[in-house]
Design a protein around this ligand. Sequence first.
Ligand code: MTE
Length: 320
Amino acid sequence: MLIKRTRGWEIPERETTPESAWSRRGVLSAGVAAAAAAALPAQAQAPTGGEDPSASLYPAMRNMRYRVDRELTDEKIATTYNNFYEFGTSKNIWQAAQRLPIRPWQVQIEGMVEQPRTVDIDDLLKAMKLEERVYRFRCVEAWAMTVPWTGFPLASLVEWCKPLSSAKYLQMETFQMPTVAPGQRATWYPWPYTEGLALDEATNELAFIATGIYGKPIPRQNGAPLRLVVPWKYGFKSVKSLVKFKFTDQRPKTFWLELGEREYGFWANVNPRVAHPRWSQASEELIGKNGQRVPSQLFNGYGDFVASLYENRQNERLWA
Ligand code: MTE
């Protein structure tokens, strides 16, 4: 990752927009989210609006177990400042990403499962119970945001896939469409973008598959129609626009591992005390907050949920 700018995800609950102000059906459309959407350029609104056949599923009820202690990032910022290398290496890829066809969209379940299968995104959405969660999001580039995601726990999907007891890891892959994604014509990148989690990480209650943000279907630039969100890890683990979930007993070789193992490791847990080889991770810039920097937190503030996953992995490179 070559970029230095910031975004962020973290807010004290008292500073978060109250649920009543935007998270309820009806209230949302008339409230803050609508105002934010109105401020968006027309093309940015399009992928989050009526054209998406799943639009009627949003907004979903917010799960208040997952609280953060900082303000939500402005929707316009979260949907126009993105990392999505398939569409370019700058942050300004949201327009280019509108070329991604998100219907029909098939998701393959492969590898060590009782029955490999292919599922249509809309059938998958029907099979899963959607909820909203506000999470902090921390990019390895030391920027951070705070985003209201809608989706379902990855644990529910894992259960639905019926993995064999021999499966140890879950590998996840993005689409491969060089004709619509110009970045994929750059042959020096190991496409398709692939990420992976150990199965106990994948079934941790925080691991989430997002299908929406800000009470609407997720826009293409943020990973439509479904993406991973693992808020205790650096953002490059949160792979976008997934087409494949593969259960395996081998640790997946991921996109960033192949590009630079020393800089972007497999575990990639947030730790302010372990610097990236080229910059400090001690603090992070909250994107859209006039350059405001705040101290970073171990596991991005989610240690109570995830620290136990790593107690028996102390000999691994857990942080970079
Ligand atoms: N997924 C794919 N397929 N391609 C990417 O380039 N970038 C990652 C992650 N998922 C990326 C991806 C990185 S580096 C970050 S920080 C987040 O997406 C950014 O998510 P956002 O644009 O929704 O903020």
